[in-house]
Design a protein. Structure first.
Lengths: 167, 167
DNA sequence: ATTAATTTTCATTATTTTCTGAAAATATAA
DNA sequence: TTATATTTTCAGAAAATAATGAAAATTAAT
């Protein structure tokens, strides 16, 4: 396989994987493109490389910045804005985990907490309902902790080493 | 909040969360409904409770069975089919992890392996590309191991205990 | 201050995904 | 076997999501 071909396949596949994870295909593709771009690139470069409109590029770039995955960079003597993505994949993963925790896990825990405050806990079926809700809450908290461990493991060699024992 | 209200909110929210994770809203709702149903229920029950068509119910049930999240059960003396969901949330999580590993992580590792076979590894930019691809591959393998640990932790108290140290 | 380049917004359009409902297939009972 | 109940399929409809492109806003240069 040629390098350009491989790059193209990487971008396309990344987009397809993104879709499965509930992420907009184009957003994933832009991220992929930036990951394998050695130099910062402009919105026009992205438009041209992915054959998409200016508006589309602009909106998705804004989202990616919101996710903390890409950054604007100023290129000396250039008027246009340039963009780069952090190439450190561990940091990328950590950042995604942090954001998803904030955007999804936290709201979920809040919801489950609310659902536990039902009026008549003696009512038929209440026990089973509270059991399921309680269990999901417990599991969510476990996941929360585990993700924190992963985030810490990125900086802490000791934890990383201990985790390896179980592999 | 009344129990019925809480149940309804659980179903709706579960559907919304599902959407964020790339899962069909209705499928998530059906799963939620089955999680909080104390007895097995029929397709007609689901149609009625969620106000959706027979075809929709049937297709999503088939998917949920494919995910290993729900089961058909035979009710003595009844002609209709009944369905239940496993209420053990740890098992549910484990099952989802197993399936996603199979459906997403494995194909991803295969793709990355292919991308490493580019013809001219001396070409300009090839080094950086291979670095990113290699790093993602490494990370995916780590994730793979970690998920295996989680699956094991479901059965193995010792691993669960060690993981707790870091919380 | 005026002009030109660049970015952002957002109403409209296109695409993708999901849902419906009726017909076909299958299974059970009479 | 024939009739009836139940499940499955799938073409077309509806809904949800994403993309376009041109106008508006912003920014920088002259």
């Amino acid at each position: 396989m040629k390098l350009d071909e491989a790059k193209q396949q990487f971008i396309n596949s990344w987009g397809a994987f993104g879709t499965q994870w509930g992420i907009n295909r184009t957003m994933a593709q832009i991220h992929a493109l930036l990951l394998i771009s050695t130099e910062p690139i402009t919105q026009d470069d992205i438009m041209q490389q992915l054959s998409i409109s200016r508006g589309n590029v602009n909106m998705n770039i804004r989202d990616l910045i919101g996710w903390g995955l890409i950054d604007r960079v100023v290129v000396q003597g250039e008027r246009k804005e340039y963009f780069t993505a952090d190439k450190d994949i561990w940091k990328v993963a950590t950042q995604i985990i942090k954001e998803r925790k904030k955007r999804e896990l936290d709201p979920m825990l809040k919801l489950l907490g609310n659902l536990e405050n039902i009026e008549d806990k003696k009512e038929k079926g209440a026990k089973e309902f509270l059991q399921v809700v309680g269990d999901i809450k417990k599991l969510s908290k476990h996941a929360d902790s585990l993700l924190d461990i992963m985030i810490k493991a990125e900086e802490n060699k000791f934890i990383g080493a201990v985790l390896k024992i179980f592999k």
